[in-house]
Write a new protein. Structure first.
Length: 349
């Protein structure tokens, strides 16, 4: 791998106390190109803009996928990643679904290791701090033929971490628009899945909500996800989260929440849950908590939800499952607790 270090740094110009999620980027980027039927030797170079022809394939046909990850630094200044094998596995699935040549696993991990080491000064050891890491692939051939691209770019860029949601959320249960349909690409982390979600989300925001709860495309009754996150419900003392399918992203955070909940003695059930059931449990006084989980937010509490013309407020609970689970996950991520499942990945310097 070729490494060209920047002659300067932007870090001294950053106020880490007031950054917003995903708006500040570190000094370097990782790049690897697919040309002539193979992935070429990668390079780490100073962060810079890309020059792309107007005919670049991705602008017209949307062949693009990405991952979201975080890097951490503990009190001893050791660098860590969290469950990167899961991210690579999902990237591979996304490549196959979007007909993108699968990126070699070695390039993925070499890129993560080296970008983390080069940008280590951007990672704080303060609890809750992290480096957000965005690996992504897009089609880069200059062509207008409606067929898979011949060329691709894989890049990794990094952004110093900030809280994605600074408050609890009010969400609207969508009963018209769909995030994904059976047989589609909902299980892939494809860029188009997110672009198509913005309009329904803007409609929900116009009604005073923060995000959309996605439901199945057939009857709009089975709950699937919330915004860009997996969703979980505490009904009495049981944690329920929808089963994954080809319409639901197999979230790394979702898997982590399920296992951590089990580890701390919470009863977990993965199954379909309908809007009708949710409202009944609310009216019966059994719905104690609702929260989203994803890489950027870890856990995002939901304080109310709307459905059609009705709104349902969720009161805070003293023994919050969301708080307990988040605390356990963050402690593992930042090497403040034991890692019984081997989720931490040590970045060797």
């Amino acid at each position: 791998m070729e490494i060209n270090r920047s002659n300067s740094t932007k870090i001294n110009d950053v106020n880490f106390n007031s950054i917003k999620f995903g708006e500040i980027f570190t000094d370097h980027m990782f790049e690897c190109n697919f040309k002539n039927g193979q992935w070429e030797s990668p390079i780490i170079k100073p962060y810079e803009s890309l020059t792309l022809d107007p005919s670049t394939h991705v602008f017209h046909y949307g062949q693009a996928i990405f991952e979201g990850m975080k890097g951490y630094k503990d009190k001893a200044n050791q660098l860590w990643l969290f469950r990167p094998e899961e991210n690579y596995s999902r990237l591979e699935k996304s490549c196959i679904r979007m007909d993108i040549p699968v990126l070699p696993k070695k390039f993925f991990f070499d890129g993560l290791d080296n970008i983390m080491k080069i940008e280590k000064d951007w990672v704080s050891s303060n609890k809750g701090s992290s480096l957000y890491i965005r690996p992504f692939i897009f089609s880069s051939s200059e062509m207008l033929a409606a067929s898979p691209s011949l060329d691709y770019k894989f890049l990794i860029i990094c952004s110093p971490g900030a809280s994605y949601y600074s408050k609890s959320l009010s969400v609207y249960i969508e009963d018209k628009y769909s995030r994904a349909a059976p047989g589609g690409a909902g299980y892939a982390k494809a860029a188009g899945n997110y672009g198509a979600a913005f309009y329904p989300t803007s409609l929900a925001m116009a009604k005073g909500f923060d995000q959309v709860v996605w439901t199945d495309s057939t009857n709009h009754q089975k709950i699937e996800e919330v915004g860009t996150m997996s969703i979980a419900f505490r009904i009495n003392d049981k944690l329920i989260t929808p089963l994954t399918s080809d319409t639901i992203l197999d979230g790394v955070s979702r898997k982590t929440v399920i296992q951590v909940a089990k580890d701390i003695g919470i009863d977990v059930e993965e199954r379909d849950i309908t809007v009708k059931e949710l409202i009944k449990e609310y009216n019966d006084g059994n719905l104690k908590e609702v929260f989203g989980c994803g890489t950027a937010a870890v856990i995002a509490k939901i304080s109310s939800f709307g459905y059609k013309e009705d709104k349902f407020e969720i009161k805070d609970v003293f023994d919050s499952y969301a708080d307990k689970i988040k605390e356990s996950i963050v402690n593992i991520q930042q090497n403040l607790a034991e890692d019984p499942h081997g989720w931490r990945y040590k970045v060797e310097e």
